[in-house]
Design a protein around this ligand. Structure first.
Ligand SMILES: [Zn+2]
Length: 336
């Protein structure tokens, strides 16, 4: 896709409202970040509290960047919920249920008039990587976020692919083992990818392995309390060479690889970019996934699919929110 010159000084404000944190930044069209703010999401609070937090962050960023609101091309918003391109939330698993039916555009525009863009938190990081990250320069790729949940954004000929029914890319719910006892809270199926490689799946695997590894560093790092196990902590133990921790990622990465084989076989993207919090564990997760792709994808040409880590860390969605503004991208889903 066409890249704008790095000296372009147009400005957009990107806000990523996740279930845990709100991250927001002022970004130039050339991809330079002029100010960044991170705050905890008041996730269980009613919408107006979250809106007030977003507006307060936006004003803080405008001050930090020494600009006035009129200098912004617009504000892009990525949110942990299904949202129409004109700002109406239709479903959310991570924010208050009061958001369902809530119109973000009206609430925000009343207090801070701007050109607004809205997106679910899968298209946004995909677009961030497309315009500013590991997808730059290629028109066809898939972005897979591995975090509390797992989802894929698919770029086809430079455009975000939604599918005829909308929200294509639900790779997290592809079934890896239908005979598994693990049941997905999201889709209700047994043994979908999320039950093995998303946050809770990884923690479950760690708990199972700790029965055979009572001396694991994971136990020491949790202070002996299994309820303290997190993917970050397992990553710390893996970096120190702890066999149980390495095995946790080996199994999660293998399951991820099986799902990526299906994604690659069907979509044939030359590159798959892995982002989201758990992807910060890098090759501990990615190398087992690459191995499955190299051995099992078909036809053999698909085995060349590159599996790379996201270039923008945990800020892909913030950049994507800004990209929606700069490139006038509105993700419309046919079923809404
Ligand atoms: Zn599922």
């Amino acid at each position: 896709m066409t890249q704008k010159p790095a000296h372009d000084r147009s400005l957009a404000l990107g806000i990523d409202v996740g279930g845990t944190n709100i991250k927001a930044a002022v970004i130039t069209r050339g991809g330079e970040m002029t100010a960044l703010v991170r705050r905890e999401t008041p996730a269980k609070s009613p919408p107006h509290v979250v809106i007030d937090q977003m507006l307060s962050i936006a004003r803080e960023l405008i001050d930090l960047s020494r600009i006035n609101p009129g200098m912004l091309t617009g504000i892009g918003i990525s949110i942990a919920g299904f949202v129409t391109s004109d700002g109406k939330v239709t479903a959310t698993a991570h924010l208050s249920r009061d958001f369902i039916g809530y119109n973000l555009y009206t609430a925000l525009h009343d207090k801070l008039p701007q050109n607004y863009y809205f997106s679910l938190d899968t298209p946004a990081p995909t677009l961030g990587e497309a315009y500013f990250g590991a997808g730059r320069g290629i028109d066809d790729f898939a972005y897979v976020t591995v975090s509390t949940g797992i989802g894929a954004g698919i770029m086809v000929r430079g455009k975000y692919f939604t599918g005829g029914l909308g929200w294509a890319g639900g790779v997290g719910h592809t079934i890896i083992d239908e005979n598994s006892e693990r049941v997905c809270e999201g889709c209700g199926n047994h043994g979908c990818l999320e039950t093995f490689a998303a946050k809770q799946g990884i923690i479950t695997t760690a708990r199972e392995l700790l029965v055979q590894h009572p001396d694991s560093l994971i136990i020491k790092l949790t202070g002996g309390k299994q309820e303290n196990i997190t993917p970050e902590l397992i990553y710390e133990a893996a970096k120190a060479g702890d066999p149980a921790a390495c095995e946790v990622f080996e199994r999660a990465g293998h399951a991820l690889g099986l799902a990526l084989v299906s994604l690659a076989d069907i979509v044939a993207p030359p590159r798959i970019i892995i982002g989201g919090g758990i992807a910060q564990s890098g090759d501990f997760l990615l190398e087992p996934a690459r191995k499955v792709i190299r051995e099992r994808a078909f036809p053999p040409r698909i085995r060349q699919t590159e599996i790379v880590q996201a270039a923008l860390g945990d800020l892909s969605a913030v950049y994507g929110a800004a990209a929606m503004v700069f490139f006038d991208l509105r993700i419309n889903n046919p079923m809404e």
